[in-house]
Ligand binder design. Structure first.
Ligand code: ADP
Length: 261
């Protein structure tokens, strides 16, 4: 429980800090981008210059995408939960997942029948699932299999015994399993920390799992990592059951892919 409190305090501080800076930073990047485009317009026929400018614009876009991840992190308090039918949501993501992961990854979704509804912000949940899927892809550079398994789960007192912050009750379980590199005990221990990453500079923000953690905790759920080096990883997200009727979802395109504000 102490570790969980420390974690949430850390996240709050980081969130406050990054939110404002990320917004201003993104505005600066848009000015840079606009000017690069103007230059490119003038030098459209100079191949060498155009190539350099394209590279610069690409880097600006990468920066903007990082800034928007930070923004999403800073704004994490602003959840708009509704009653969601997880089956509908996951089915609507299928195409996006396949496109985001590419041909090397075999994507399989297993959706249990008679799934319970859950009360969450569907856009944030989509983003979390997408981020976890992208982590899974990064762990399978030679290709592999990603399974997204959604089912109803009853957590009981027995399950709680080993963990300090897991509540008994009825949950919808999202299990994301990859056949990738797996994680060492040290990496599992630190994986939820904001800015913890093992990826080369420019490739990881270290925010994916800490954002997932913040989202899940704020939604009254639980998140667990199960990983074996050399075999793969399963991330389990438990979101509390809702007995209400599901609202219709209007999926928005996730921040991580579009790099929008
Ligand atoms: P990032 O992906 O930007 O590094 P995350 O917070 O999403 O940030 O992940 C933190 C670290 O946890 C990653 O750098 C990686 O070492 C490890 N990790 C996360 N997901 C997986 C996975 N599916 N397989 C192996 N390692 C993972």
């Amino acid at each position: 429980a102490r570790a969980a409190l420390l974690q949430s305090q850390k996240m709050e501080a980081v969130g406050k800090l990054t939110g404002g800076v990320a917004h201003d930073f993104n505005n600066v990047l848009q000015v840079v981008r606009g000017n690069l485009e103007l230059l490119e317009g003038r030098h459209a026929r100079d191949g060498w210059t155009k190539e350099r400018l394209d590279k610069a614009i690409e880097a600006v876009d990468h920066g903007a995408s990082l800034a928007s991840q930070l923004l999403a992190f800073g704004r994490r308090q602003a959840l708009q939960p509704i009653v969601v039918d997880p089956a509908v949501m996951i089915r609507s993501m299928d195409d996006l997942l396949r496109r985001a992961l590419g041909e090397m990854i075999d994507v399989k979704t297993v959706i249990a029948t008679d799934l319970w509804n859950t009360f969450v912000d569907p856009n944030h949940l989509e983003n979390v699932v997408l981020n976890l899927a992208i982590n899974a892809r990064d762990a399978m550079p030679e290709g592999g299999k990603l399974t997204l398994d959604v089912s109803n789960t009853q957590l009981d007192a027995h399950y709680i015994a080993g963990a300090d912050d897991v509540g008994a009750g009825e949950y919808v379980l999202f299990a994301i399993t990859d056949t990738g590199t797996g994680m060492t005990a040290e990496v599992i221990e630190r994986a939820f920390e904001p800015f913890f990453t093992t990826k080369p500079e420019g490739q990881g923000t270290g925010l994916g799992l800490s954002m997932a953690y913040g989202f899940v905790k704020q939604s009254g759920g639980h998140i667990r990592i199960y990983s074996e080096l050399g075999y793969g990883t399963t991330i389990k997200i438990y979101l509390p059951r809702s007995t209400e009727q599901a609202a219709a979802i209007e999926p928005k395109s996730p921040v991580a892919l579009t790099g929008g504000t």
